[in-house]
Design a protein. Structure first.
Length: 120
């Protein structure tokens, strides 16, 4: 896979994954002090609803070990499906420019789960 193909594959994956997810933006509704359980993230209300859908709910483990931190739920909420289209458009723009930047390839590889370009 060349750099252009990597970038376009990442753009496709972003769009497909976001389309199947609960619509964003998402809101971290966990206790801001990090002490209360459960931790949860709420998505935007769907059509005909005034209430957001629960995206994630995490309870403290039986052993009391903290599995998901307040910072984790904040990050999950920040990285909602609404980011997919601008990121995909950026990756496609870089792919179509013919000059794959290091930053764009790093993002594409993280999305695609790959580490290196096989050919330039």
């Amino acid at each position: 896979m060349n750099a252009r193909e990597e970038l376009l594959a990442a753009a496709r994956r972003l769009r497909e994954t976001a389309a199947a997810a609960t619509p964003g933006p998402w809101e971290d509704c966990s206790d801001p002090d990090g002490g209360a359980w459960p931790r949860y993230v709420i998505g935007s209300p769907g059509p005909g609803s005034d209430r957001g859908e629960e995206v994630l709910r995490v309870h403290e483990s039986i052993a009391g070990h903290q599995v998901v931190t307040r910072e984790d739920t904040a990050w999950i909420a920040l990285a909602h499906p609404g980011l997919a289209e601008p990121l995909a458009a950026w990756l496609e723009g870089v792919a179509n420019s013919g000059t794959a930047t290091s930053a764009a390839l790093t993002v594409a590889r993280a999305i695609n789960g790959t580490r290196e370009v096989i050919r330039p």
